[in-house]
Design a protein around this ligand. Structure first.
Ligand SMILES: Cc1cc2nc3c(=O)[nH]c(=O)nc-3n(C[C@H](O)[C@H](O)[C@H](O)COP(=O)(O)OP(=O)(O)OC[C@H]3O[C@@H](n4cnc5c(N)ncnc54)[C@H](O)[C@@H]3O)c2cc1C
Length: 609
């Protein structure tokens, strides 16, 4: 099985090659099956997480007859993996199977070594063709042709090493690789093929009279129609920024991209903490989302642990503790980041928008970063984004390119304005690189941005050449990525009175971790890690009642107004308990004294006295 990534970015061009590649090994299915899984698709998230897939493309191999759960063997995975190399790795993998574990339909891929064995192949009594591919030791052609002819009948393919010159001369084989064919009527001879390539050998053998495909059930191809999502186009204004895009990005980032990691420790955890601090302080969106981010940041900052299970973060993001007034949509709804096809744009577009928003906000509201350690450090935002991209961004190739750009020039950034412009410039470098690339959405061609229609003042001509007025670009970016340019149209309903166009109403509580149909995690997965969260929430509950505590930001669950004070459910339960206990105590005392006084009366009014 191979896990890859066919959605956005550079990997989409890889996906096109991948389709070709799969077509090229489809006939090998009886020996080795290939499957592709798009880990950018939310519906595949559970599987990708279980198999620990963080980057794309990732290649995993699973041995035949494996009964125990395994995450497979990583075969030199990497984004720059050449597909012919993958094909060879598949062959090596097949050859490395122990004899007992080899799939029964997989023929021997070992070469016939001894000249006597080669000659014995000519005693062909089977009434079928026998093709012998002579090749060098390092060649894969013979093995590829053997596998290509696997589903064909009336032909058997063997490979032999062409190191024995005497045998080759005897058979009239001039060079290797070459094909020597024994016909069903026992005549035999060297086959003159135009080019000594796998495709030529395979095509020739498949075209021999009487050679035809066996009537086997081949692996089912998923119906294209089943996979087509009906998409409704959302009209939008390119000059505006949409809350729905930013929130969808946060949802995907927190519940899908980061959730691919079972636990986080060391540098990864530090990167997560810094990144969450940035978005908690600078995200300009709706209040319930900001509250959720602030709570997450506070929780991460308060953790004494140097390793955390990511499920604990998810519990908080899913508001498992039912803390009121926090909310983050649990599905993506792209607006300004819509693609003309589902696999185009979306998350990487949203991530760019989020990054630009953060650099602009850091310049516009420097006081927001006070006390975070980022204050007065103009590179801090970019450095944190850089670490996020190289540590967590699923597109490994993008991470590599971004890192190269950062190494080149990020150190020269000295002010928040320069940080805004640096990211703009680098994004345009990526745009130019990707122009005409398969990942380009024809409806949104890659071009230097902002285009003249968006910002006429940004463009000028110097000595007949197009150039930027960077002062104007900076003003444009500051306006475009400002809070004031955010539109809530199409944003997820917060469940309260909030309607399109309004900002920031707390949502009613809802346990999404356990009940929501769109929840990414089954309820049973909310296990021991929730203790981390409970402890913290208990602290939060206590602090929420102190006038200066977290209550300023987060309300404890289901607070009940009573005599003008906010009592939590816990407070009310304790009151009832105390009330019942004191009533019982009073009743016991009453009966005790009553019995005692009766006894006393009996004693003192006895007729004997
Ligand atoms: C950090 C990062 C690095 C990436 N590196 C690669 C890579 O190396 N190879 C690859 O194939 N894909 C890469 N991608 C993905 C790629 O850049 C696009 O995001 C993807 O192809 C979707 O393109 P898009 O048309 O939605 O526009 P995007 O390029 O995603 O832009 C999103 C929106 O940002 C605005 N915008 C465009 N340009 C600028 C600018 N210069 N400054 C400010 N705002 C702008 C526009 O409103 C645009 O619609 C990367 C993505 C990210 C987040």
């Amino acid at each position: 099985i191979v896990n890859t990534h066919k959605s956005w970015c550079a990997c989409s061009s890889y996906a096109a090659q991948w389709q070709k590649f799969v077509g090229g090994v489809f006939d090998w299915a009886a020996a080795i099956r290939v499957a592709a899984l798009d880990c950018a698709e939310e519906k595949n998230h559970q599987v990708c997480r279980a198999y620990d897939i963080h980057f794309y493309p990732t290649f995993r191999y699973f041995r035949a007859f494996t009964k125990e759960f395994t995450t497979g063997e990583n075969f030199k995975a990497g984004a720059d993996r050449e597909l012919p190399t993958v094909r060879r790795s598949m062959i090596d993998f097949l050859q490395n199977h122990t004899e007992g574990g080899r799939p029964p339909a997989c023929p021997s891929l070992e070469p016939v070594l001894r000249p006597s064995d080669i000659l014995s192949l000519f005693e062909n009594h089977g009434g079928h063709y026998v093709a012998v591919i002579f090749e060098s030791n390092s060649s894969y052609v013979g093995r590829e042709v053997i596998l290509d002819l696997l589903p064909y009948e009336n032909v058997v393919v063997k490979r032999a090493l062409g190191s024995d010159r005497a045998v080759l001369e005897k058979l009239g084989v001039p060079s290797v690789p070459a094909c020597y064919l024994i016909y069903p009527n026992r005549t035999r001879g060297f086959v003159n093929i135009a080019k000594p390539l796998r495709s030529f050998f395979s095509a020739y053998l498949k075209s021999l009279p009487g050679v035809r495909k066996k009537m086997l059930s081949s692996p089912e191809k998923p119906s294209e129609e089943e996979n087509v999502e009906t998409q409704v186009w959302r009209e939008f204004d390119r000059s505006r920024l949409y809350t729905a895009d930013l929130e969808s990005t946060l949802h995907y980032l927190l519940r899908v991209e980061l959730a691919a990691h079972r636990s986080l420790a060391g540098e990864e955890l530090k990167t997560l903490k810094d990144f969450i601090t940035l978005i908690a302080k600078l995200f300009p969106g709706r209040l319930p989302v900001v509250k959720l981010l602030e709570m997450l940041q506070e929780w991460l900052a308060s953790l004494p642990l140097d390793k955390i299970p990511y499920n604990a973060v998810l519990d908080l993001v899913n508001n498992k503790m039912r803390i009121s007034g926090i909310f983050l949509t649990d599905h993506v709804k792209w607006v300004g980041c819509q693609g003309s096809r589902p696999e185009l744009r979306g998350y990487p577009c949203g991530l760019w928008k989020l990054f630009h928003t953060l650099t602009v906000q850091a310049g516009a509201r420097p006081e927001a970063l006070a006390g975070t350690g980022f204050e007065g450090a103009p590179q801090a935002v970019l450095q944190t984004l850089r670490r996020y991209v190289s540590t967590f961004f699923g597109c490994r190739e993008c991470g590599k390119h971004f890192e190269e750009m950062a190494q080149e020039s990020l150190d020269a950034v000295r002010t928040p304005d320069q940080a805004v412009l640096w990211l703009w410039r680098k994004h345009n470098v990526v745009n130019s690189r990707l122009a005409g690339h398969p990942s380009e959405d024809p409806r949104f061609p890659k071009a230097p941005w902002p285009t003249p229609d968006l910002c006429p003042a940004c463009h000028e001509e110097v000595k007949g050449l197009d150039s930027w007025d960077e002062g104007q670009v900076l003003s444009f970016l500051k306006q475009h990525y400002s809070r004031g340019n955010l539109l809530d149209t199409y944003s997820a309903d917060l469940g309260g009175p909030n309607k399109e166009g309004e900002t920031g109403h707390p949502a009613p509580q809802k346990s999404r971790g356990s009940q929501h149909p769109g929840s990414l995690r089954p309820p049973e997965a909310l296990g021991s890690q929730s203790r981390l969260l409970e402890n913290w929430a208990r602290r939060l509950d206590i602090r929420a009642q102190s006038p200066r505590g977290a209550g300023a930001q987060v309300e404890p669950a289901a607070a009940v107004p009573f005599l003008g004070a906010g009592f939590s459910n816990l407070d009310m339960s304790l009151c009832v308990l105390l009330y019942v206990a004191s009533s019982l105590f009073l009743m016991v005392m009453y009966f005790f004294f009553r019995v005692r006084s009766r006894r006393w009366k009996l004693k003192h009014h006895s007729p004997a006295v």
